[in-house]
Design a protein around this ligand. Structure first.
Ligand SMILES: *Cc1c(COP(=O)(O)O)cnc(C)c1O
Length: 357
């Protein structure tokens, strides 16, 4: 018996359909599609009518091209491997004025999206003036030269409701779009800004934008807690097995270095075949599992095992659920276990058996 990572394809598709809602979505597929699997994700999104993808690594961008010859592919981190971008027809961010100045000539025929920095401060042009400087220089430059195909930003606060940061970054961004499109008379094939949280709190793709750039919601986790669970069916189940059930007595220390001390006599501990080596976060192990539809507390976490305190209803070979449609990734996020994407990307697909069904 081995622990299993399983995707219910029908549920996955049902979720994609609800999230897409006939709007224009650029699917974020970074980090192996949030660990749902790049091939599976691209093929499924394609089937559901999404033809535009973005990721952070050139390696993954090329992998997407090999899966889908017709897709529009956007690389969110800059690279200087311009020949590969041209060969595989990959759009790339233009992350700063300094980058443009350094690589202006080498960038010929590369499709770039001007990036506005905003409050996240991870990448992008600092000011509209810097962007205008590039646009004016580009207008005066003869071909061969880069092609400006897009305009974008990324919000750092779209899931924050108690502070005004989101309004600030949104207003600053709208101003950038207005100045470049209306005053500079630029036209862009792609304009995109919204992550999952921004898309759902606005209820639609921003006006004048071509896409919302959505990750986590497409994978069935809510970006913030006030959204309804029913609207985001979780397709992922992670399950393990009871290897044996052992009885311990009050004061017995169990696990490495006093990890857990039994509080009562005849405490029943199930030894389960999954641990942090399989990607179960230590914070997740402060919560519960489900065995035969009942909830039991995790008592100790080891590399390939965990102890779960059980009762007489549990026996060897019983199935132990870590995540499913009831034990949701996003509920654990809101309990402080770690971001949705953090829990998902921790899961070790080399040690877990992977099943799509
Ligand atoms: C990860 C990422 C997204 C997607 O964010 P979600 O919250 O998962 O929807 C969008 N844009 C950028 C730049 C990202 O890095």
């Amino acid at each position: 018996m081995t622990a299993v990572w399983q995707i219910n394809e029908a549920r996955f598709k049902e979720n994609v359909k609800r999230v897409k809602d006939n709007q224009s979505i650029m699917a974020v597929v970074k980090n192996n599609a949030y660990n749902y699997g790049l091939d599976f994700a691209i093929n499924t999104f394609k089937e559901m009518g999404i033809d535009t993808f973005s990721t952070t690594s050139l390696h993954e961008a090329i992998a997407i091209r090999k899966i889908d010859a017709d897709a529009t592919i956007f690389l969110m981190n800059a690279t200087d491997e311009f020949e590969l971008l041209r060969t595989y027809d990959i759009h790339m961010t233009l992350p700063s004025l300094a980058f443009y100045e350094q690589y202006k000539e080498a960038l010929f025929d590369v499709k770039v999206h001007l990036e506005y920095e905003n409050l996240l401060h991870r990448s992008g042009f600092k000011t509209i003036d810097e962007m205008i400087q590039v646009i004016e220089d580009h207008r005066q430059t003869h071909s061969p030269k880069m092609t400006i195909t897009g305009l974008w930003t990324h919000f750092g606060y779209a899931d924050e409701f108690d502070v005004t940061m989101y309004q600030q970054e949104r207003d600053a961004w709208f101003n950038v779009v207005d100045v470049l499109v209306n005053k500079m008379d630029m036209s862009f094939d792609l304009i995109h800004a919204q992550n999952s949280a921004s898309y759902f709190r606005e209820g639609h793709v921003f006006e004048h934008h071509t896409h919302a750039r959505i990750g986590i919601a497409l994978y069935g986790s809510r970006p913030y807690a006030s959204l309804s669970r029913e609207a985001f069916p979780q397709a992922l189940t992670v399950s393990a097995n009871v290897i044996q059930v052992r009885q311990v007595q009050q004061g017995d220390h169990c696990g490495y270095s006093f990890a857990y001390t039994a509080e009562e006599n005849n405490t029943r501990l199930a030894v389960v075949d999954i641990g942090y080596g399989d990607g179960i976060l230590r914070t997740r192990a402060q919560h519960e599992v489900m065995i035969n539809q009942r909830i039991y507390p995790i008592r100790a976490l080891m590399m390939s095992h965990m102890f779960v305190e059980v009762d007489e209803h549990v026996q060897a070979k019983d199935k132990v659920i870590l995540y499913n449609e009831d034990l949701r990734i996003d509920d654990y996020t809101f309990k402080g276990v770690g971001a949705n994407s953090e829990q998902l990307s921790a899961l070790n697909l080399d040690s877990l058996i992977k099943e799509y069904r």
